[in-house]
Design a protein around this ligand. Sequence first.
Ligand SMILES: [Zn+2]
Length: 164
Amino acid sequence: MEQNTNQPQAEIESFTLDHDAVKAPYVRLIDTTKGPKGDIISNFDVRLTQPNEEFIDTASLHTLEHLLAKYLRPQIEGYIDCSPYGCRTGFHLLVWNELSSQDAAKALKQALEQTLKTSWDEVPGTKRKECGNYKDHSLEGAKRWAAKILEQGISADAFHHIPV
Ligand SMILES: [Zn+2]
C-alpha cells in the first residue's frame, strides 16, 4: 500500500487500547484528525459489550447498524458513519468536526431508546435490493441488546463506568 503523505499527525490508539481495562458500555473519543484542507473528523469507539466476555450475534448487530444509521444521523450534526466492529462488541462512529463523548453517548442512548419502539416496517434498508444480507436481521435481538445496554447505562468514560 502506498504511503499517504497527507496523513495527518493524530494519535492512533485504537490498537493499543487495553481491552481488559475498559468498562462497557461506553463511548470513547479515539481521536480527532485534521485533514489537509483543515476539515476535522472525530472518531469514536462505541463499545456496547465487554470485550472478550460478550459479543452481539450478527443478526442483532446488523439490525442495530441499520437502526443507528437511522436514529443517530438526525441527532448528530456532521454524522458520517457508524459501522460495526468485526469483533462484534460495538461500532466505530465517525463525525465531521468536534463532538464530546458525553454528547455522543447521549445520542446513542436516545437512538437505543428509539430502537425499543421500532416496528419491523420502520427498520430502513431491509429489502433485498437495499442490503447485502437482507435475511440476516433480528429486530427482536436488536431490541433485547438495546434494552440490556440501556439498563447497564452508557458511559462517556471508557475506564470508569459513569452512565450519562
Ligand atoms: Zn444491511
